[in-house]
Design a protein around this ligand. Structure first.
Ligand code: ZN
Length: 253
């Protein structure tokens, strides 16, 4: 049955000389892929109607025997041209789209995640690429897919007592802080986290937009801890990709 939806283009792969396979994020289907037949032909009705980071209106036939749908019509709703003109914004949006592609399951509706993705791409288009804003987005995205890191309570016993005289510790496999006594019984990688960095990340978890994160002047030490914690946690949950490393290097350099 022919279906209509809104969708954000996360990834475009060539399929044949003139066709594309596009991975989309939709509010009602999560991640889905469609074939665009003849997309590259000179008179194709699809020309200029979709590209990476666009939000589009799609009319498509869902796949019957496979998960691959066939796109019938596509109209660009928000092309976000700034993401192709500003290289830092482009680097950040590319990493963010790659992360969405790898973190979101196919076929699972998540309207909040879809709205978050659109707002974050709008932010990057208006404000440009920024490493802090991406760290903020990583925190929010992990939360939206149900694996948000626990930065206020111990994941072992629930204690909220983290004396400032001691460096706190984040367990990568358990996805949160461990208090001193739980730490002694725990296995797996621990990332030491200083209290100033912890307070900053807790603050970012509470803020609804990346603006505060973007305006925070991090010290090199804070940045290093945050990068190690979020990078380690994402690598634990996802298949390895160098996209993160490359984007962070380019935006911090
Ligand atoms: Zn504990």
């Amino acid at each position: 049955m022919i279906t209509k939806t809104h969708a954000i283009a996360l990834r475009i792969d060539p399929f044949s000389r003139t066709s594309h396979v596009v991975s989309w994020l939709c509010p009602d289907k999560g991640r889905m892929t469609t074939l665009i037949k003849g997309a590259q032909r000179p008179r194709s009705a699809f020309l200029g109607q979709y590209d990476l980071f666009y939000t589009c209106e799609l009319v498509y036939y869902p796949g019957v025997r496979t998960s691959l749908g066939i796109l019938k019509e596509c109209t660009a709703l928000r092309p976000r041209p700034e993401l192709r003109e500003n290289w830092k914004a482009c680097v950040a949006a590319s990493y963010f789209s790659d992360l969405l592609h790898r973190l979101t399951p196919a076929g699972v509706a998540n309207g909040s995640l879809y709205r978050f993705a659109g707002r974050m791409l709008d932010f990057l288009a208006q404000e440009g690429g920024n490493a802090n804003a991406l760290h903020w987005a990583e925190l929010k995205l992990l939360e939206l897919v149900g694996v948000g890191p626990s930065l206020t309570a111990c994941v072992g016993c629930g204690s909220r007592e983290f004396p400032t005289a001691q460096v706190a510790a984040f367990s990568i496999p358990r996805g949160g802080l461990l208090c001193q006594s739980c730490r002694n019984q725990s296995e797996g990688a621990l990332v030491p986290i200083q209290h100033d960095t912890l307070a900053m990340m807790r603050g970012w978890q509470e803020t609804p937009t990346p603006m505060i994160a973007k305006r925070t002047a991090c010290t090199p030490a804070q940045r290093k801890i945050m990068d190690k914690l979020l990078g380690g946690f994402l690598a634990y949950h996802l298949e390895s990709s160098r996209a993160r490393e490359i984007a962070m290097e380019m935006l911090q350099g």
